[in-house]
Ligand binder design. Structure first.
Ligand code: GLU
Length: 483
C-alpha cells in the first residue's frame, strides 16, 4: 500500500506553530515511507475567509522545503484540492446516507431549536438535537423540499451503543453514542461542515493515514460512524499532542509567540524553528539534536511520537537558533543580517568584519540593531567605564594613553584592520604597557560601551578614520573635563 497523508489547514492567515508541526510530522511520515504528501485547503467556513491566507500556507511550507505532491496549485489525480471548489461533491454523498437511513433532512428553524434548547437547559439537561425531523415521513420531507424550505442534513447517530476507533498514539478511543449529537453534515447554504467534508475528502482522496491535532480525537468516533455507514475503509489515525505554553495552557496567539512568521520576523532561522518544532513531541531515540529536513525524513517514525503534551521552551529555541547562526557561512550570515544593519544605520559598513564580530554572539537577528547602535551614533557614557582592573587602567591612565594614541592614529596611512592592529599593538610594546591598558581606553572612547561586539581595532576600522578620530578627541575632552 502506498501511504498517502494530507495536511489540511484552514486558511486563517497565520501558521500557528502547532499547525506547522502537524504539517511537518505529516510530511516527514510520508517522506520516510516513500508516500505522498497532499495539501488540502479547508475553507468551508467562508465566514472565516481571510484574504491572502492561502499564500501564507504556500510560502511557509515552501520556505521550509516541504513540497507537496498534490495540492491546489500543483494539481493531482484527486482534485480539486480546495474544499470550496469541491462543494458540489458533498450533497450527493449526504443524500446517499439519507437513503441508507444513516442521515436525515432537518428543517428546524433556528428559533425553534433555540427555544427547545432553552427548555432542555431549564430542565437541567445538556442539549443535543432531539431528532425532531427524523420522524418526518418521506412524503413530508419531499413536500418541504419541493416547497423550497431551507434544510440541513444531519447524521443519524444511534441512541445507544458505542462508537470507537484505534488511534496510533492514543490507543482505543470509545464514546457512548448517547453522548453524541446528530451533527450537521450539510449546512443550510449547501456547504458541508468540516465534520462531513473531512471524511468525504479523506476517503475520496485515498488518504491512508490521517495525522492531525488531538482536538479532533473526540470527534473521530463520529467520523468513523460515517465511514462505516458508507462502508468505506477507515484510515489509520495518528493524533498529535498539543503544544503548550505550560502545563495548563495551550500556546496561543495571546502569548505573542505562536505564529511561525512572527518568529521569522523576530530573526529566527526557519531551519532552527523546524528543527526545534520537530523535537517538540518527537524523540529520535538517540542523543542527536540537530537535524536538517532531509535527516528528519530519514529519522522520523511514529514510535518516537509522544503522548504527553509538549511544552514550548522559548529559551531552548533561541539557543538552537544561536547554534544555527554560528554554523552559517559568513556570507549567509550577512544575507540575513543586512536588513538589520540597514535599520541600524550601518548598512554601508564592511560586512565581512561585521560578520566576524557579530556572528558568534547573535542569538536572533533582531538583536543586531541593539548590539551595533553605537557604531551608527556616538552614545553617552560615564567616565567610570575607563576604569578596568584587569586592563590596569583608570581615567588618568586613559587620558594619558588617548593623548599619546591620537597623533599616531592621525598619522596612520593604512586604515585597515591589519594597519590599525599593528600600530596599536606595536605602540603598547614600545611604551611597555599591557595591550589592554592601551586598547581598553581606545575602545571605550570609540564605543561608549563597556561591552561591545569586536574590539578597539575592529570598531576603529568600522567607524572609519574621521569618525574614529572625532570620538577619540571627544573622549580626551571628556576626560580632561572630568565628567
Ligand atoms: N482544517 C482543520 C484545521 O485546520 C484540519 C483538521 C484535519 O486535519 O482533519 O484544524
Amino acid at each position: 500500500m502506498t501511504i498517502r497523508t494530507r495536511f489540511a489547514p484552514s486558511p486563517t492567515g497565520y501558521m500557528h506553530l502547532g499547525n506547522l508541526r502537524s504539517a511537518l510530522y505529516t510530511y516527514l511520515f510520508a517522506r520516510h515511507h516513500g508516500g505522498a504528501f497532499i495539501l488540502r485547503i479547508e475553507d468551508t467556513d467562508q465566514a472565516r475567509f481571510v484574504e491572502g491566507a492561502v499564500d501564507v500556507i504556500y510560502r511557509t511550507l515552501r520556505g521550509i522545503g516541504m513540497e507537496w505532491d498534490e495540492g491546489p496549485d500543483v494539481g493531482g489525480a484527486f482534485g480539486p484540492y480546495v474544499q470550496s471548489e469541491r462543494k458540489d461533491m458533498y450533497l450527493p454523498y449526504a443524500r446517499q446516507l439519507v437513503e441508507a437511513g444513516k442521515a436525515y433532512y432537518c428543517f428546524c428553524a433556528k428559533e425553534d431549536l433555540e427555544a427547545r434548547r432553552a427548555e432542555a437547559e431549564a430542565r437541567g439537561e445538556v442539549w443535543k438535537y432531539d431528532k425532531h425531523c427524523k420522524c418526518l415521513s418521506h412524503e413530508e420531507v419531499a413536500a418541504k423540499l419541493a416547497a423550497g424550505e431551507p434544510y440541513v442534513i444531519r447524521q443519524d447517530v444511534p441512541l445507544s451503543g458505542e462508537a470507537s476507533f484505534d488511534d496510533v498514539i492514543y490507543g482505543h478511543i470509545a464514546v457512548d453514542c448517547a453522548d453524541l449529537d446528530d451533527m450537521i453534515l450539510i449546512k443550510a447554504d449547501g456547504m458541508p461542515t468540516y465534520n462531513f467534508a473531512n471524511v468525504v475528502d479523506d476517503h475520496t482522496m485515498g488518504i491512508t493515514h490521517v495525522m492531525r491535532g488531538n482536538e479532533y480525537l473526540a470527534s473521530t468516533p463520529k467520523y468513523n460512524l460515517l465511514y462505516d455507514a458508507f462502508e468505506w475503509e477507515r484510515p489509520v489515525y495518528i493524533h498529535m499532542t498539543q503544544i503548550m505554553r505550560d502545563a495548563q495552557h495551550k500556546l496561543s496567539k495571546r502569548d505573542g509567540d505562536a505564529y511561525y512568521e512572527d518568529f521569522i520576523d523576530k530573526g529566527y532561522l526557519s531551519e532552527a524553528i523546524v528543527n526545534y518544532v520537530a523535537l517538540l513531541g518527537w524523540n529520535p531515540g538517540d542523543e542527536r539534536e540537530f537535524f536538517t529536513l532531509a535527516e528528519l525524513c530519514e529519522a522520523f517514525g511514529v514510535e518516537g511520537m509522544s503522548k504527553s503534551p509538549a511544552i514550548f521552551d522559548a529559551q531552548k529555541l533561541t539557543w538552537m537558533n544561536a547554534e544555527y547562526i554560528r554554523r552559517l557561512a559568513p556570507e549567509t550570515f550577512t544575507v540575513h543580517a543586512l536588513p538589520y544593519y540597514r535599520s541600524a544605520g550601518i548598512g554601508h559598513m564592511d560586512t565581512a568584519v561585521l560578520a566576524a564580530i557579530l556572528q558568534q554572539r547573535t542569538e536572533i537577528f533582531s538583536q543586531i540593531p541593539g548590539m551595533v547602535a553605537f557604531l551608527a551614533k556616538a552614545e553617552e557614557y560615564p567616565l567610570s567605564y575607563f576604569t578596568n582592573k584587569k586592563s590596569k587602567t583608570n581615567p588618568d591612565i586613559a587620558l594619558d594613553v588617548l593623548k599619546r594614541v591620537l597623533p599616531e592614529l592621525e598619522a596612520l596611512q593604512d586604515w585597515s584592520i591589519a594597519g590599525i592592529h599593528d600600530l596599536l599593538i606595536g605602540l603598547a610594546q614600545v611604551w611597555g604597557m599591557k595591550n589592554g591598558t592601551l586598547l581598553w581606553p581606545v575602545r571605550i572612547a570609540l564605543s561608549g560601551r563597556e561591552v561591545t561586539p569586536g574590539g578597539a581595532v575592529e570598531i576603529a576600522y568600522l567607524l572609519g578614520r574621521d569618525e574614529a578620530l572625532a570620538r577619540l578627541r571627544a573622549g580626551i575632552a571628556k576626560l580632561e573635563v572630568g565628567e
